[in-house]
Design a protein around this ligand. Structure first.
Ligand code: KDG
Ligand code: MG
Length: 402
């Protein structure tokens, strides 16, 4: 079965998405997500200029060989642009293989290891009261796990807090929005949020929190220790992931579980974290970590070291990525949890899909392949709009990780 056509489709149904659609000489199509938030056109160009010409005429069944051909063939290895482009091809090929076999992709990955994929929702608000009201809303919707993010007194804005509660979307505008950050104000405040939340929701609700890369290891150790009485499911991205060794210091000082991975693109960028058992959850995504083939490799390494999965699932990962993630989630032995932010109605219209939420779980589609598609006519109605992620500065004006 040969690939005869490869289209790169950019659309903005509320936010930008880049999608690769492959067609074969047997008339089977497959889709892959290639969205890299705020840098979408870099991946679009990489695919269009350098990858699409290599795909035409290739055997669509040779998924591993095509992955190695694109990875080794580029000579320049890794990085979010390259790995997102390879991921799009890989995901589309798994979709095609599933359709050719007449099976949902999870069956090709070994079948179900569980009955459903536990997801966490996002409660956010300017005040603790508002966050608790939002948390109750997610509990009422059936969620078993909720991420809590709150405005910090004395700071005008912070990561994860938005007026549009169900559809948090940080990328906007033709230049990055500038936020102001104070580590001390944040560290003094967060334990108060979780003290109230535990008191209100009891011992069983899984509670998560995203630090969004803003601390040093010793500050993260202080945060983790201060949150121990409220037994979080995880604290996410406590420090930037660049220095894998830095996590050892956090680990040595706190039992609050650590999750990291949304900006990690390859197994080599998290191998020390995993082998050293410096983290509890690895949160890479299908789209940014080289597709189903490579993410499965990461999860397999993690399984050997007591590290569970916790895939990133923000709104900038399209329904194509979420569909692919669910096939992995349901099949791997070391699944932890899956992030789930609802997409807007316009996004759901452009990407018709068969996955669905019920009683705290997402279920992958039972259709052959990934069970998701792109409606090209609908996509064409939403042209690309430039949008940047925000940047962060300390109160004295110094640049700080956002
Ligand atoms: O594109 C960046 C977002 O995906 C990221 O800020 C969201 O941290 C995030 C999360 O945990 O969903
Ligand atoms: Mg995050």
């Amino acid at each position: 079965m040969k690939i005869t056509e490869a289209k790169v489709i950019v659309t903005c149904p509320g936010r930008n998405f880049v999608t690769l659609k492959l067609t074969t000489d047997e008339g089977i199509t497959g889709v892959g997500d290639a969205t890299l938030n705020g840098r979408e056109l870099a991946v679009e160009s990489y695919l269009r200029e350098h990858v699409v010409p290599l795909l035409i005429g290739r055997d669509a069944h040779r998924i591993e060989d095509t992955w190695q051909y694109l990875f080794q063939g580029a000579y320049w290895r890794r990085g979010p642009v390259t790995m997102s482009a390879i991921a799009a091809v890989d995901t589309a090929l798994w979709d095609i293989k599933g359709k050719a076999a007449g099976l949902p992709v999870y069956q090709l990955l070994g079948g179900r290891s569980r009955d459903g994929v536990t997801v966490y929702g996002h409660a956010n608000g300017e005040t603790v009261d508002e966050v608790l009201t939002e948390t109750a809303r997610f509990v009422d919707l059936g969620y078993r796990a909720v991420r809590l993010q709150c405005g910090v007194p004395g700071l005008a804005s912070t990561y994860g807090v938005s007026a549009d509660k169900m559809f948090y979307e940080p990328a906007k505008g033709s230049a990055p929005e500038e936020n102001v950050w104070s580590t001390e104000k944040y560290l003094n405040f967060v334990p108060r949020l979780f003290a109230r939340a535990r008191e209100e929701f009891g011992p069983e609700l899984a509670m998560l929190h995203d630090v969004h890369h803003r601390l040093t290891p010793v500050e993260a150790a202080r945060l983790g220790r201060s949150l121990e009485p409220y037994h979080l499911f995880w604290m996410e991205d406590p420090v930037p992931a660049d220095l894998q060794e830095g996590f050892r210091l956090i680990r040595e000082h706190t039992t609050t579980p650590i999750a990291v991975g949304e900006v990690i693109n390859s197994i080599w960028d998290c191998a020390d974290l995993i082998r050293g058992q410096l983290i509890d959850f690895i949160r890479c995504t299908v789209v940014h970590a080289g597709g189903i083939t490579h993410l499965r490799r990461i999860f397999d390494l993690a399984a050997l070291h007591h590290v569970r999965s916790g895939s990133h699932g923000a709104t900038d990962l399209s329904p194509v990525c979420l569909s692919a993630a669910l096939h992995l989630d349901v099949s791997i032995p070391n699944f932890g949890i899956q992030e789930y932010m609802r997409h807007t109605e316009a996004t759901d219209e452009v990407f018709p899909h068969g996955y669905h939420f019920a009683e705290g779980y997402l279920q992958p589609s039972e259709e052959p392949g990934l069970g998701v598609d792109i409606d090209e006519a609908a996509a064409a109605r939403y042209p690309y709009q430039p949008a940047y992620l925000p940047v962060n500065r300390l109160e004295d004006g110094t640049m700080h990780p956002w």
